[in-house]
Design a protein around this ligand. Structure first.
Ligand SMILES: Nc1ncnc2c1ncn2[C@@H]1O[C@H](COP(=O)(O)OP(=O)(O)OP(=O)(O)O)[C@@H](O)[C@H]1O
Length: 494
């Protein structure tokens, strides 16, 4: 299947002047690089371009290289072997050599994902550098301190909606296309300042037909990060990066697996690669099943590693723009979104009332499911304790009839608790006034019921007595079944 070139690549700014709304940052980068070229390297020999994704950091590096005639050595800062590679280039002569080789510009992406040991080594290399080193990071404060101390920061600002529209219109002109104004505004609004995301959205909408634009964009609203994460996952061959890109996706692993499963066949084309990728996915699925059965959710990590790193390194991917599709199963289940909302609200209540982290709360939810299925009385207590509503109970037990039974029981408990609260308050006030309190009829009936000894208990006591009489020992009367001390007992003893 032929593919279009991704527009983010096709329209990557070639010159600094094409970058939208980053004038201040560009001025700083130019001054810094010119200092190198004038033979007096700046005091800080490294630069950190810091700012939100899709705002032009990488584009700046490529435009600078083109305008000033540098050869770019692009490395991923989180890669363990980056240090060796940097060392190789950092010492290379920085002026044009006799063989006419170009100057080198070292570009380290993801400086906020660097291992501490790698960071120390690279900090040492910065001191010795004879070539400019530019790094890029989304979170400046997560760049290791050793590196921050030795680098000059250049801030990239989040692009405005107007900037985004400007970028999109430029592409539409170049492609000779138009899209309705509302669609353009919608894309710009959802992009949250990320022009890369907006361009990808535009290409998705245009390639899928404008008719389904609203559907696609609606999906993006809720699943925004999964679209972006999967596009990055399918673009990399680096196992570590593949694991990192899904970290921010707010999804359970089995949901993520469905998304990857749906999109895999569009990414690989050689049968043996497809087989390898599916092999990794099925192993992930085995881990997920085992986690579910045993309650050992630590296995989720292995499952996620298999479905990301395992898939990313499975073979040769198609080049070009990858349109990410939502899994059909999720698309069909419109109520799954509502269900997810319910699950989240139940989880939040468990986390709050039981002081648990999300993972523990999830395990607890599984236990609750079993309790709600088999023990409606106990379930009713949980309903009161967690302050669940009927819809949440239905979600947990998965059956309307059962949910209503549990709900009814929980109402009774609440009623009793409320009455008891009122009664206790009444007793407290009366006790303060020194008045006698008569137990209510209900209290008396409850007490009588508890005083009654069951047939079973009687039989057991008789057996015991016979046994002891035979042995000639003195025995105590069988103990009456204990009753929890209440406020009444307490007042009675006074
Ligand atoms: N300021 C901008 N002006 C013009 N195009 C831009 C700008 N910012 C981003 N783009 C477009 O978005 C694409 C991605 O931008 P770029 O790779 O520079 O983002 P980045 O800031 O490096 O993001 P990340 O932090 O995720 O690496 C570019 O190829 C370009 O098409």
């Amino acid at each position: 299947m032929p593919r279009d070139v991704p527009w983010v690549e096709k329209y990557r700014p070639r010159r600094l002047g094409e970058l939208i709304n980053q004038i201040k940052a560009l001025g700083q980068v130019k001054a810094w690089i010119e200092a190198w070229l004038q033979g007096s390297p700046p005091k800080k020999k490294a630069l950190i371009l810091a700012g939100p994704p899709g705002t032009g950091k990488t584009a700046t590096v490529y435009a600078i290289a083109r305008e000033y005639g540098f050869e770019i050595i692009e490395l991923n800062a989180s890669d363990e072997r980056t240090y060796e590679k940097v060392e190789r280039y950092v010492q290379a002569a920085y002026t044009l050599d006799i063989l006419g080789k170009r100057r080198k510009l070292i570009f380290l992406d993801e400086a906020d994902n660097m291992e501490p040991s790698g960071a120390r080594e690279i900090a040492k290399l910065i001191d010795r550098a004879r070539n400019p080193i530019i790094m890029s990071a989304n979170h400046y404060w997560e760049v290791p301190r050793e590196i921050r101390n030795k680098a000059q920061i250049v801030e990239y600002k989040r692009l405005t909606q107007r900037d985004i529209i400007k970028g999109l219109v430029r592409i539409l002109h170049a492609e000779g296309l138009t899209v309705p104004k509302e669609v353009l505004y919608e894309i710009a609004k959802r992009a949250n300042g990320d022009l890369r995301a907006a361009i990808n959205d535009l290409q998705t909408v245009v390639s899928g037909g404008i008719e389904d634009a609203v559907d696609v964009l609606a999906y993006r609203d809720t699943e925004k990060s999964v679209f972006q994460a999967l596009a990055q996952l399918f673009a990399t061959d680096n196992a570590k990066k593949a694991k990192l890109v899904v970290l921010g996706v707010d999804m359970f692993p089995h949901e993520l697996l469905q998304w990857i499963d749906e999109n895999l066949p569009y990414v690989y084309y050689k049968p043996e690669d497809i087989a390898r990728a599916y092999e990794a996915l099925s192993r992930a699925d085995i881990y997920l099943g085992r986690a579910q059965r045993t309650g050992n959710y630590g296995l989720w990590k292995y499952a996620t590693d298999m479905m990301t790193a395992g898939v990313a390194v499975a073979g040769v991917k198609r080049k070009g723009f990858v349109r990410i599709y939502p899994p059909k199963t999720i698309k069909l289940l419109t109520e799954s979104k509502a269900e997810r909302g319910l699950r989240d609200s139940v989880l939040k209540k468990i986390m709050k009332e039981m002081h648990m982290a999300k993972l523990e709360a999830l395990e607890t939810l599984n236990v609750l499911k079993a309790i709600f299925e088999y023990n409606p009385d106990m379930a009713a207590h949980f309903v009161v304790y967690l302050d669940l509503d009927l819809k949440e109970v239905e979600f947990i037990v998965g059956d309307k009839e059962k949910a209503r039974t549990i709900w009814g029981k929980s109402m009774n408990i609440e009623k009793r608790l409320k009455e008891r609260g009122e009664l206790e308050e009444h007793v407290r006030v009366a006790a303060e006034k020194g008045e006698e309190i008569e137990p209510t009829e209900e209290e008396e009936a409850e007490e009588e019921a508890e005083e009654e000894i069951s047939e079973e208990e009687l039989e057991k006591a008789e057996e015991e007595m016979e046994a002891v009489e035979e042995s000639g020992e003195k025995i105590d009367k069988p103990k009456k079944k204990g009753k929890q001390a209440t406020l009444f007992d307490f007042l009675g003893k006074k």
